[in-house]
Ligand binder design. Structure first.
Ligand SMILES: [Zn+2]
Length: 555
């Protein structure tokens, strides 16, 4: 009797969840309300927490001419809480044929009840699984993909892209798993997999078989196939393979050289990402560029900043992991996207020079009146489209990168890089959030950095430099010019900022410590001053720059 009650309770809960989810999915694809979506994913998050994939074996047959895939997956699920159920999401174009389950210890197969409403799959287990127990599930499914939200996944006659969420919405986005991929594609199609694997392809009349196992645990993966031009290079023991569709015109030499340059640079800066193979596929029709984990990247654009950003995810998001399901954020998105964007700017600065950085950093702007708290932005926010995603992205990518640029200014480059490396080495293969990074910074600096992290990451305050009270007199051939720099924003800057005077003959830069507000700057120049600019190298997230410039003429 008790068991029945429990069962009905679970079923009711499940139905409510499904209804809410369907509605939220409708909202997701119609871009109505991110708030309801967050509420629902937060609930799913709660239910899904407690299960963790440790090993994922997938065997796929892909028939592009029919537009179908046929999958058998063996998954090891580790329970991090006592549980009697497993929840996972699966593309609703894919039909589940069978589900089997075994406790890893006893290896005894048992019956399992499967309920499905739309994307959500609910497995009711015959017994309660204890915390730390392992479970092996075998799921067979097949069908064609139904387009989901903003997913780039598709199977066309001559090309397919299968992303995490097309193959399998991971039951758990909470960490890393070991991966084994096996499959068959038609002989004519090349699966874009790490180079060593392509060599193992064998045709047996039915198709090409491939098998691949990444050399380290991964957070996700993707699989692509098509008619590609391929270019491979090996540098320092790492093999880089670039695929570009035959119908697409691409300077592959240039792209692969940028890829190698970025990857080697980040490795020298952050530490080893553990990937010996990097596979990059150009997807000219893709909405976005992605790092799928497992050393697989798809690029919809091949400009240097995009390449650098995606490669940086090998470290941020791919090795230091973030909790992708968390409703309240915690700064995970910042650790992935803000850090990747900052890394991209850093690569531009160090590999292409300060002028290139200045040009690029102009794009990292956000509307100071329409801010959201960086820490509160989740992966689901990033998946949405429309005005909301624009604001969220500006927060996490642009402001997020700026926060790190400002932190580097405050800490000094040496200590800042020490913090970044320490953060990477301490949290590699672990989940990290913004407080973890703050603690690393505080340990290196020896004092609290709440004054910095709270307003920038957990608040929506702003800073706004303004130059005023310009006064210039000529004294025996020298122009003595005084200006005041005011920070009109609420965030205090306990750091030096650059103030640049442009004279008739050149420029002069002074560093002024902003512990006093306003701070006074004096320039002694041989020629007349034409203009004075606060923060000329855009090192601070001052989004109202009109008042940073003053010239004697418009006084
Ligand atoms: Zn990114």
């Amino acid at each position: 009797m008790k068991r029945k009650k429990f069962f009905f309770l679970i079923l009711i809960l499940f139905s409510v969840l499904c209804l809410l989810s369907s509605y939220s999915y409708y909202l997701l694809i119609t871009n109505r309300s991110p708030y309801i979506l967050k509420l629902v994913t937060g609930t799913a998050d709660y239910l899904m927490k407690g299960q963790n994939i440790s090993n994922y074996n997938i065997n796929l047959n892909i028939s592009p001419e029919k537009g179908v895939i046929n999958v058998e997956s063996d998954i090891n699920v580790k329970f991090i809480k006592d549980r009697r159920y497993i929840i996972f999401l699966l593309n609703d174009g894919l039909k589940i044929d069978s589900i089997g389950y075994k406790k890893a210890v006893s290896n005894q197969p048992s019956a399992i009840s499967h309920y499905r409403i739309w994307l959500i799959n609910f497995l009711l287990l015959p017994e309660k699984i204890k915390k730390d127990d392992d479970l092996r599930i075998n799921i067979k499914y097949e069908g064609n993909l139904r387009p989901l939200g903003f997913s780039d996944g598709y199977i066309k006659e001559k090309e397919f892209i299968l992303r995490n969420e097309d193959l399998w919405y991971p039951m758990d986005f909470q960490g890393l798993f070991t991966l084994n991929v096996k499959g068959t594609v038609p002989v004519s199609i090349t699966p874009a997999l790490p180079v060593s694997i392509i060599n193992k392809l064998t045709g047996d009349g039915k198709g090409k078989r491939f098998s691949w196992r990444p050399e380290r645990p991964v957070t996700g993966f993707a699989l692509m196939g098509g008619y590609f031009n391929k270019l491979s290079k090996s540098v320092n023991g790492i093999t880089y393979t670039l695929y570009s569709p035959v119908y697409h015109n691409e300077d592959m030499e240039k792209a692969i050289d940028s890829i190698i340059l970025c990857h080697s640079f980040f490795k020298s800066q952050f530490g080893d990402d553990g990937f010996k193979n990097l596979t990059i596929i150009i997807t000219p029709h893709g909405y976005r560029s992605y790092n799928h984990g497992a050393g697989i990247i798809t690029l919809s654009k091949t400009d240097f900043p995009t390449i650098a950003h995606e490669i940086a995810h090998n470290w941020w998001g791919g090795t230091v992991c973030v909790d992708l399901l968390r409703r309240k954020g915690g700064g995970g998105q910042w650790i992935a996207e803000g850090f990747a964007e900052f890394s991209s700017l850093m690569a531009i600065e160090k590999l292409h020079g300060k002028d290139a950085l200045l040009k690029e950093i102009k794009n990292e702007n956000f509307n100071p009146d329409k801010q959201r708290i960086i820490d509160s932005i989740t992966t689901f926010d990033n998946l949405m489209d429309g005005e909301d995603v624009k604001i969220n992205n500006q927060m996490v990518y642009a402001k997020g990168a700026y926060v790190l640029i400002m932190l580097r200014e405050i800490m000094g480059e040496e200590k800042f890089m020490k913090a970044i490396r320490k953060f990477f080495s301490e949290y590699n293969y672990k989940i990290a959030d913004s407080s973890d990074f703050q603690r690393t910074v505080e340990r290196i600096m020896g004092n609290s950095f709440s004054w910095f992290f709270n307003p920038w990451i957990r608040g929506t305050e702003r800073l706004d430099f303004k130059i005023k009270d310009l006064n210039s007199i000529e004294r025996g051939g020298t122009f003595v010019t005084t200006v005041k720099v005011v920070n009109q924003g609420k965030i205090n800057i306990f750091a030096e900022i650059d103030v640049m005077a442009i004279t008739e003959n050149g420029k002069e830069i002074q560093r002024v410590f902003m512990d006093e507000n306003p701070a006074t700057v004096v320039f002694n120049t041989k020629s007349k001053i034409k203009e004075i600019i606060a923060d000329p190298f855009l090192k601070w997230a001052d989004m109202e720059r009109g008042n940073n410039i003053v010239n004697p003429k418009n006084l």
